[in-house]
Design a protein around this ligand. Sequence first.
Ligand code: GLU
Length: 317
Amino acid sequence: MGGGLRYHLNMIAGLPDPLCHRGRFAPSPTGPLHFGSLVAAVGSYVDARAEGGEWLLRMEDVDEPRAVPGAADGILRTLERLGFSWDGEVVHQSRRKAHYRAAFERLRLDASVFACACTRREVADSGLGPDGAPRYPGTCRNGLPPGREARAWRLKVEPGRVCFDDALQGRICQDLAAEVGDFVVLRADGYFAYQLAVVVDDAEQGVTHVVRGADLLDSTPRQIRLQQLLGVAQPNYLHLPAAVNAAGEKLSKQTRAVSIDVGRPQAALTAALGFLGQRPPAELADAGLADLWRWAIMHWDRSRLPRCRFAAAPAGY
Ligand code: GLU
């Protein structure tokens, strides 16, 4: 079937167009936009636009207790002031629980998930994975211990490596059983886990290219396993270096990253492009924001991206 015809049939059926390059930015509204998230926004945006693709915006407020009132609006206003333009409506994960529930029920019918009675403390006490994070020892895998009640639901992972080719970081493999263990998809407090929500959303929104920070590289094999179990397509991945402060900590609310100054949008955009190895000519410093965006999209060069997981944020960020 010709591409054009398939496109039109998909439009009629209301399905995403599979031929399109569709990227996205998916911030968690836990605070104002900082340089680390700006880098993910700029990288995903320019990469999609350089391919003539679409770019979606999704508020990842699935972890409702962590969402800060007003933060989502603040992020949207900052993105607008910086000159981003997104396609379609902004999607909020907090309004998509029925979709996560449907995916979860599917996993439950397949016996891919099991109820777990363990508390966080019990998991932490039972041992750490190679990255130092607690690794679930499989306590409730074959049924709840007598007298214990279900708290969270976990996905059963089997031994064996899950691998993918990252467009920047190269081939990445992880043995989920050895390195992560059975992981939570429905939390003890009733909220769905980020890992499940992100997979359902990327699939249902027809995202073809995920460009985000390399701090999420270790989550990707879990997401790929979920894609396999749910029978949805695996997007292309490109993990950008994550910005760290002078102490080597990832920029975040916890490490007191400063918010992006919307009064100086060109400076912020130039800094993010520089961090991504793109070098706008000096004369663009005095040009308008639109010119800077035009240059960035026309000259986007993936081969100039630093091939590392972490890189220092410029001074002042
Ligand atoms: N919401 C995640 C964050 O802000 C990003 C998730 C993703 O891009 O997959 O770190």
